[in-house]
Ligand binder design. Structure first.
Ligand SMILES: [Zn+2]
Ligand SMILES: [Zn+2]
Length: 336
């Protein structure tokens, strides 16, 4: 079997390894699809807050049970892998906030992730495996992780009126947000990016675009305003967007700012008088993950606009290059 390591000098290395054995009470998962996300690329280029090295990256993946010492997981079952290992007992876990588990370990961050052929799961980690029906395309199910992060951000705003939403950043996550808001019945979805090329492809139908290299968002939106704003890129809220927020509007802090830009001026009076709701989000809880997988399995969301770049697991260094040159929005590993 193969695994792809990110070494201490942040160099990617494809390593041949002997296959793992099935842990007592646990299972073996043979990977069927994994995806490279921009966070993986960021880890290679500059590291990440929760990353420790050396590490097998990868936190978006699905596979098939090919070894089992547990009656709850039969051989042949397809599973999507929740990106964290949580204890299930602490206060956060009991409230369903598994992403904030006191003992959380994140695949591909501080625990070896999915860029390898076979992964052993001991019994105490089986709660991270969410089965889905045979026949569902693994390339579709593999989007459960990014979709669940988007779902978790949007779910914070239950009372917003679904009129006009602005998403900043037209990468894979921006496109998934657009597809999610479309599914949820938003009337107008606007995607903004300074890269015209990214605005020209791999978007859900009916989404409006604003090329911010040509026109300012404040100018373009000052007359109609927006009810929801989501940054799907770093520093996405580093402009006076408060002016275009409609009364009762919602601001998602889905992305942070680059180091050194953490402090953002908050327009206190805009928040106060317009009664804005601000909510942060980072990662996803197991409930979001199950919901996202269900949405994908039942075909409720249209993601057919993606033109995946498909590679074998040993092609990950190449896939990182394709992603960094922004030639494609999503790179999928489909051969292990
Ligand atoms: Zn990701
Ligand atoms: Zn816990």
């Amino acid at each position: 079997m193969k695994k792809v390591l990110l070494n201490e000098d942040r160099r990617l290395e494809v390593v041949e390894a002997s296959p793992p054995v099935t842990p007592p009470g646990g299972v073996l998962v043979s990977m069927k699809a994994a995806a490279i996300c921009r966070t993986d690329l960021k880890m290679v280029q500059s590291g990440q807050k929760d990353l420790s090295l050396p590490r097998i990256l990868g936190h978006e993946g699905v596979g098939e049970i090919t070894g089992s010492h547990n009656p709850s997981f039969k051989i042949g079952t397809m599973v999507a892998i929740y990106p964290g290992i949580f204890c299930g007992k602490c206060e956060q876990c009991r409230m369903g906030v598994t992403a904030k588990c006191e003992k959380i370990k994140i695949f591909g961050f501080n625990k070896d992730g999915f860029f390898r052929s076979i992964i052993p799961f001991p019994e105490e980690q089986l709660s991270s495996l969410v089965p889905f029906p045979q026949g569902v395309d693994p390339e579709r199910a593999v989007l459960a992780e990014p979709l669940s992060c988007c779902l978790s951000a949007v779910d914070k705003f239950r009372y917003v009126k679904k009129e006009r939403a602005l998403i900043i950043g037209a990468g894979a996550v921006g496109s998934i947000f657009a597809a999610l808001l479309k599914m949820e019945g938003w009337k107008e979805i606007i995607l903004a990016d300074k890269n015209r090329e990214r605005l020209s492809r791999e978007l859900p139908e009916g989404v409006e675009v604003i090329d911010t290299s040509k026109s300012s968002l404040l100018e373009s939106l000052k007359d109609k305003g927006v009810d929801l704003i989501i940054p799907a890129c770093p520093d996405g809220l580093n402009w006076p967007f408060w002016e275009i927020m409609n009364p009762g509007g919602c601001v998602s802090f889905f992305s942070g700012n680059r180091k050194g830009n953490e402090l953002l001026p908050i327009d206190m009076n805009a928040v106060h008088y317009k009664e804005l709701t601000l909510a942060g989000s980072y990662g996803c809880n197991i409930g979001d993950f199950r919901s996202a997988l269900n949405i994908l399995v039942e075909g409720k969301i249209d993601i057919t606009f993606f033109q995946f770049y498909r590679i074998p697991v040993e092609g990950i260094p190449d896939g990182m290059g394709v992603l960094s040159r922004q030639e494609i929005k999503k790179v999928i590993i489909n051969r292990f």
